[in-house]
Design a protein around this ligand. Structure first.
Ligand SMILES: Cc1ncc(COP(=O)(O)O)c(C=O)c1O
Length: 186
């Protein structure tokens, strides 16, 4: 019987080239990059090389790239970090009703400590309305967080248009960067 796997948005088979890049670090070069011994210094150098490669891919500065151990950790860091840093500017965040729990739970936490969250509706195909997004923005809006590809229904949001609306209004835009980089790499 053939098996069809539909959960690649959550976890997927590692690509051959990724596995080959990682194997030396899993087998021999497993030093702690924060330590001082030889194995550690090599690991540190390679982590910094990887940071530069990721920065080049998206036109960012090396020091702007943070590695996290999971998507959920990245989402938590981004939302809570942006919220705390900008709390004097405003306390309003816009997201959608179909975000990953890492976003929705972070928003629920932020609501408890005084942030207001607008949860945009989606249509029957899972798309937000750009019109509704624009109407939801107010002078207290500090962040728009909309996922690139939905992990359950696969909807790919028009993130370029969402980013334009955010930038036009001087608001930070957060999305799922890995999938976004894959699409916009070229
Ligand atoms: C859009 C989105 N955000 C966050 C996550 C969470 O990532 P992780 O399972 O690495 O914590 C996923 C995983 O499915 C996801 O698809």
């Amino acid at each position: 019987m053939d098996t069809y796997y539909f959960d690649n948005g959550a976890t997927t088979k590692v690509k051959e080239e990724v596995l080959n890049e990682m194997l030396p670090f899993l087998k021999e070069e497993y030093g702690n990059p924060s330590a001082l011994y030889g194995l550690a210094r090599y690991a540190k150098k390679e982590v910094e090389n990887a940071r530069q490669k990721v920065a080049d891919l998206i036109g960012a500065k090396k020091q702007e790239i943070y590695f996290t151990s999971s998507g959920s950790e990245a989402d938590n860091t981004a939302l809570k970090g942006i919220a705390y840093l900008n709390k004097n500017k405003g306390n309003h965040i816009i997201t959608s009703k179909i975000e990953h729990p890492a976003i929705l739970e972070s928003c629920a936490f932020l609501e408890k400590i005084g942030f207001n969250i607008t949860y945009l509706n989606v249509d029957s195909n899972g798309f937000i309305s750009l019109n509704e997004l624009e109407k939801a923005i107010n002078e207290k809006t500090i962040l728009i967080s909309i996922m690139f590809a939905n992990n359950e229904i696969g909807t790919i949001q028009p993130i370029e248009d969402i980013a334009k609306i955010a930038h036009k209004n001087n608001i930070i835009f957060h999305t799922d960067a890995v999938q976004a980089c894959r699409k916009y790499k070229n």
